[in-house]
Design a protein around this ligand. Sequence first.
Ligand SMILES: CC(C)(COP(=O)(O)OP(=O)(O)OC[C@H]1O[C@@H](n2cnc3c(N)ncnc32)[C@H](O)[C@@H]1OP(=O)(O)O)[C@@H](O)C(=O)NCCC(=O)NCCS
Length: 199
Amino acid sequence: MAQPLSRSVRGRYYRRTVLPEGYDLRALREDDAPALAATYVRNREHLAPWDPVRPEEFYTEAGQLASVRAKLASIEEGRSDTWLLHHGTEVVGQLNINNIIRGVLQSASIGYFVDRDHLGRGLATRLVEHAVRRAGELGLHRLEAGTIVDNLPSQGVLQRAGFVHYGTAERFLFIAGRWQDHHLYQRILNDHPAGEAVP
Ligand SMILES: CC(C)(COP(=O)(O)OP(=O)(O)OC[C@H]1O[C@@H](n2cnc3c(N)ncnc32)[C@H](O)[C@@H]1OP(=O)(O)O)[C@@H](O)C(=O)NCCC(=O)NCCS
């Protein structure tokens, strides 16, 4: 059941995403593919419990180029939005705003990860706050996220970013080779009429 947002959460909504020194958040580009391949190789074990099983090609530059091109096409069509967290020459995090649905729903679902060597610095929380700001710019009414029931770090991130737990879905997503129960979170962003951009 959704709860009214607190005053402080409403305030955060309009604030620009502030990152620790040395980090930079940029929209996905085609030439990010090689760095992304290196990120996925480096983080294969870290992400394995929380991701679908990936084909071997996914961990190659060619595989990432194909994936990036598909994402850029989806962004162009207004169906998603992807941002990468950079640290020097490395990509150390990713935020996906997926499944943008318009009409009377005006909602999207988010997914994210942070590199195993950059955890516990508040970076995922910043990524989710950025998702909230972008969703406002895109004129969405609501964001949702599902986490495997024992992914406590991700649940902490969502709660800090003003999301509320509204249910649990049994055998919801096919992750790490099996259908897994997920806690569902949402954040209602505004009550503007459907499709109207937030000023
Ligand atoms: C879940 C995940 C994204 C969290 O990333 P993260 O960058 O470590 O998250 P944050 O730093 O924002 O928050 C995590 C912890 O760091 C702490 N933290 C926040 N800011 C901090 C700071 N400035 N300094 C130190 N610690 C900080 C938080 O308190 C939090 O601890 P808690 O949950 O025990 O209270 C990351 O573990 C990950 O990529 N996991 C694998 C993929 C995944 O699960 N994705 C989500 C699927 S739903």
